[in-house]
Design a protein around this ligand. Structure first.
Ligand code: PEP
Ligand code: MN
Length: 264
């Protein structure tokens, strides 16, 4: 179902009445890794909107490597995201980590994210395949492109065709970056599937210094969107501070990004 052989024209995934991913317009989603409190998420939402982002991101259910790390505010986080949407008008994407909370997360959010660690959680993929909300499917950190597309099939074969693929870096021998952002996945996926492709340069590099150049490269390579971590005070972030941009830096990036998007 994801294959270009089945459907030649590029898919456009609708997020709201006024926003879609996969069309001419580059869509930027931005916000903190985790929702931490009301002030933090509202401030982030206002800042990313002012910079030109069309969507807010923020995790309420966090799939942390260590069980002792901050696990997210859960439903309280979803409520705060809804409040940020009310304040700014920005639709939001947030992660769902288990089949039992899919209906809850879907009742609040505009798009559900399946994280890298759950990219082959087939029970979860089938469950989000049964709902009527767009799904941002992240590539697993050791996943081949073929396996990635098969995970998309798990969702689509249950009925939900609104799938957006997200490359967020894969694990290689290189340790200078947190992951190796596989930008070749853009043209490779474009040759195989009609689904839109979003790049996550934050998790892809793990270092805020590298976000801007990789964002420009992603747009030049044909990405349909970007998902970027932005935090008002990265040093104090509950998760992923080192790879989060301050609002000012994000604004500068957005200004330059427009030039690349126009050229691409
Ligand atoms: C995230 O978006 O904060 C996240 C946990 O991403 P990934 O699943 O790509 O690691
Ligand atoms: Mn994160």
């Amino acid at each position: 179902l994801a294959s270009k052989e089945v459907k030649k024209e590029a898919s456009i995934v609708r997020i709201s009445d006024t926003l879609a991913i996969g069309g001419k317009e580059l869509v930027v989603m931005a916000g903190p890794c985790s929702v931490e409190n009301e002030e933090q998420i509202i401030e982030s939402a206002i800042a990313v909107k002012a910079a030109g982002a069309q969507m807010l991101r923020g995790g309420a259910f966090k799939p942390r490597t260590s069980p002792y790390s901050f696990q997210g505010l859960e439903e309280e986080g979803l409520k705060l995201l809804a409040k940020a949407r009310e304040t700014t008008g920005l639709p939001f994407v947030t992660e769902v980590i288990d089949p039992d909370s899919v209906d809850l997360v879907a009742s609040y959010s505009d798009m559900l994210q399946i994280g890298a660690r759950n990219s082959q959680n087939f029970a979860l993929l089938k469950k989000v395949g049964q709902i009527d909300k767009p799904i941002l499917l992240k590539r697993g950190m050791s996943m081949t492109i073929q396996e990635f597309l098969m995970s998309a099939e798990y969702i689509m074969s249950e009925g939900n065709q609104s799938v957006i693929l997200c490359e967020r870096g894969i694990r290689t021998f290189e340790t200078a970056t947190r992951n190796t952002l596989d930008l070749s996945a853009i043209p490779v996926l474009k040759s195989k599937t009609h689904l839109p492709i979003v790049i996550d340069p934050s998790h892809g590099t793990g270092n805020y210094h590298y976000i801007a150049p990789m964002s420009f490269a992603a747009v030049a390579a044909g990405a349909d969107g970007l998902i970027i971590e932005v935090h008002p005070d990265p040093e104090k972030a509950s998760s992923d501070g080192p790879q989060s941009l301050k609002p000012k830096k994000f604004q500068a990036l957005m200004g330059k990004l427009r030039l690349f998007a126009e050229a691409a």
